[in-house]
Design a protein around this ligand. Sequence first.
Ligand code: FO1
Length: 314
Amino acid sequence: MKSGILAICGGIGGAKLAFGLSKVLPPEELVYLVNTGDDFTYLNFQISPDLDTLMYTLAEVNDPERGWGLKNETWKNLKALKEYGVDTWFQLGDKDLATHIRRTQLLDEGKKLSEVTKLLCTSLGVKHLIIPMSESPVRTIVTTDKGKLAFQEYFVKFQCKPKVKKISYIGSNKAEIPKVLKKLIDENRFSGVIICPSNPYLSIDPILSIPELNLFLSERNMPVLAVSPIINNASIKGPTSKIMKEMNIEPSVKSIADHYSGLTDILMVDYKDKENIPRLDSVSFVFDSIYMETSSQKINLATKCLEALEGKYS
Ligand code: FO1
């Protein structure tokens, strides 16, 4: 890669913009850095939900309705496990299961998560490089009124119902940054960074909690643009605004601007929030329609983000 964009993302919201970007920039000009704080071991398989959501999305085999997993999925294995009395609170589809079997097999052979991700992506025809934030485990732990919960317990088993008190990222201080990412950073290959509209606390902060990656963004020599996950004081989808309220943070674009303060230069917000913009010297705001459902909305927003990074809005 000569000089390109680093897109930081995790989860379903982030994958929408990530898809748009993949349609605008070729693999030589775009790399994805993905949250692995949601990863866990389930039924002895190594599961990396955010890596898979992005991989399936770019391969265009994702299920658009559920947001996660594969389209045209079947659930025979899940049904059979249930018949054996297995607690199947985390649903693995038959085809999706192949991804987890293969990932676990390759990791057991001693391959790094970044290598495994590349191999899986190649098999699915994904040409853009997807890099996990860490080779070693970094785990998001949600402290709630029901106690400490591992991310997937909080998110899937308890469906984000417990009240969030604190979110921690265990292992981030000794995270092993993938060599391929280190090299791109050291060689100044990025001309801009886009933080996708993923949940800031659950999907982006695990990445920012890794000291080396935080330093890369704080001491940046290229512009960083973040897309707000909030429109009109509510999350676009998912539990972002619920979590913000529980942590006594007002769900607003101002709070998002404060959250990313020092790490971003540009915040892309929805036209609907034009009246809610705080005066901040460090951040410039750009406006567009940031709700994405169709492919053309995703491509449009990706194009607008790139134009904003190029200074076309300033
Ligand atoms: N999300 C659910 O709400 N229920 C599930 O049973 C579930 C299974 C699942 C399996 C594989 C996978 O890659 C993702 C899966 N997800 C499921 C989504 C996942 O929990 C979340 O999208 C992310 O971790 C949040 O970014």
